[in-house]
Design a protein around this ligand. Sequence first.
Ligand code: FES
Length: 147
Amino acid sequence: MDLKELYRDVILDHNRRPRNFGPLVPSDAHAEGHNPLCGDRLTVWLRMSGDRIEDIRFEGKGCAISTASASMMTEAVKGKDKAAVMALYGTVHALLTRQDAVPDASLGKLAALSGVREFPARVKCASLCWHTLGAALERSVDPVSTE
Ligand code: FES
C-alpha cells in the first residue's frame, strides 16, 4: 500500500470511528483548541501519572483530517512521558510541513499524515490536536506549592 492509499484509508477509518472520543472523567487537565481559519474546535483531556500520560481522550467537531489526526494522536501518546510526546510532535510537524521528511517505521499509522503536505491549507487541521495537547500538558504541571 503506498502512502497515498494509506493516507486515504487511515483518515477515513479514524474519522468514521474516532478512537478515545468523548470526555475523560476524572481528568487532571484539559485544553480547548481552535482553528481560526474554519472555526473548528476540539478539547483534549488528560489523566497523568507523574510525567506520563496515563489516559487521553478528545472531543470536538471538525473536518475529517482534524478528527482523524486527533484520534491517531491519542493512540500514539497514551503511556508516553512529556519528553517523548514533544519529540513525537516534532517528528509529526516535520512530516506535515517538510517535503523531504521521510516517515520512519516508528511512526506507525501517523506516517499517513505525510499525505497532508500535498494540501498546505490542511496542515492546521492536522496540527490542531497537537497544539491542544501541548496546552493541556502545560496545565497538567503540578502546581508549585507556596507553603
Ligand atoms: Fe476546520 Fe479542518 S477545516 S479543522
